[in-house]
Design a protein around this ligand. Structure first.
Ligand code: KG4
Ligand code: ZN
Length: 337
């Protein structure tokens, strides 16, 4: 079995995965959404302290599996440095005490592997990753080869939902709140700009749209002065603009990529409106669409464990004294995962 740990942001999670069958034998996640909600976003120092309490609490439930562990896996990047280190320290200690190998897991690769939990892998695969920290289209050729085809030049999709929700005084995380409100709203009431609409660039940009939402909130007299209907209409209009932007740029990529399998992963892939828009796009292009189950879209240790199964089979291990929460230069340049 492999024990996997996730602490890259505001979710403390541990899973136990059976190597022979890929089965999840144990999975638990403690989210900190409520604690961060009052601040309208994640406070790293607070998140780190909450992990320091939650992770050992979860780990205590997994001690019956300790004798059968063959490896320990942990998310080491990208994420919040101070929260990643909570999981990393725990993983190193466990690996050293049990005398078993340690596996470093890239968080975005883990999101991609959320598609394969208790399943076989699908390669090649075209992936749209939309999370709180990233917005990318990735060509996934194999475990080793993942190439970024398009990325956001500024904010990510999840972050935009969160920031717009904060502007409207809705709380955190903004994605589910905006999606729910949008169901009651008129998406044509506010004319928001679809980013990079006339640009040939195959990239994403969301800061302009966020600014446009801010101006609408101001024009309505600020968050407190807005009525429930105002919030619902602005949520719907924002969700429509962001989805149009994603679809417009994805269309260009679909036109030049012959890969028949496409997937959306990351926290924002739970969004039903975005899912529906992509289902139509895939139909038009004759691509098969894949999604992770809703409960594995947001951060979790099960996806870390699924990636670790492949790393274990390929013996991709790291020495405890080599493991840090770092990103390589190549990855920083954004060309490769
Ligand atoms: O993947 P994730 O759990 O964490 C990161 O790796 O960042 O993604 C969290 C993000 C948050 O910004 C949250 O607002 C967004 O996913 N999200 C959504 C929805 N559910 C979560 N965004 C839009 N619609 C949703 N239904
Ligand atoms: Zn994530």
């Amino acid at each position: 079995m492999i024990l996997s740990i996730e602490s890259s942001c505001d979710d403390s999670s541990i899973a136990i995965t059976k190597i022979a069958t890929k089965e999840i034998l144990y999975h638990k996640k403690i989210s900190q959404e409520e604690e961060h909600s009052v601040y309208g976003g994640v406070v790293p120092e607070l998140a780190s302290r909450l992990h320091a309490v939650a992770l050992p609490k979860i780990l205590a439930e997994t001690t019956p599996y300790f004798d059968q562990l063959k490896a320990v896996a942990v998310t080491n990047q990208p994420g919040l440095g101070v929260t990643l280190l909570e999981g990393i320290a725990m993983a190193k200690t466990l690996a050293m005490l049990q005398g078993i190998p340690l596996i470093a897991v890239h968080h975005l690769k883990a999101h991609i592997y959320s598609l394969f939990i208790e399943k076989e892998t699908i390669f090649p695969l075209l992936v749209l990753l939309i999370s709180g920290g990233h917005t990318q289209v990735i060509r996934v050729s194999s475990f080793e080869q993942m190439e970024i085809l398009a990325t956001s030049m500024d904010d990510s999709v999840g972050e935009s939902f969160d920031k717009c929700a904060k502007m409207m005084g809705l709380g955190y995380p903004g994605g589910p709140l905006i999606e729910a409100l949008a169901k009651e709203g008129n998406e044509d009431r506010f004319d928001l700009p679809v980013p990079l609409r006339n640009s040939p660039l195959i990239a994403f940009s969301l800061s302009g749209l966020k600014n446009a939402v801010r101006l609408k909130v101001e024009a309505l007299g600020g968050a407190e002065a807005m009525s429930h209907q105002d919030r619902a209409d602005l949520s719907a209009s924002f969700q429509k603009a962001i989805t149009r932007h994603l679809i417009q740029k994805s269309k260009k990529i679909f036109a030049s990529e012959s890969i028949g399998d496409f997937a959306i992963v990351g926290g924002a892939s739970a969004n039903g409106y975005i899912r529906e828009a992509y289902a139509s796009l895939c139909e038009a292009f004759g691509k098969r669409m894949h999604l992770a189950p809703l409960h594995y879209c947001a951060d979790n240790a099960a996806m870390v464990g699924r990636y670790a199964l492949d790393a274990y089979a390929k013996e991709v291990f790291i020495a405890p004294n080599q493991l840090d929460s770092t990103t390589t230069k190549k990855q920083k340049a954004g060309m490769l995962l």
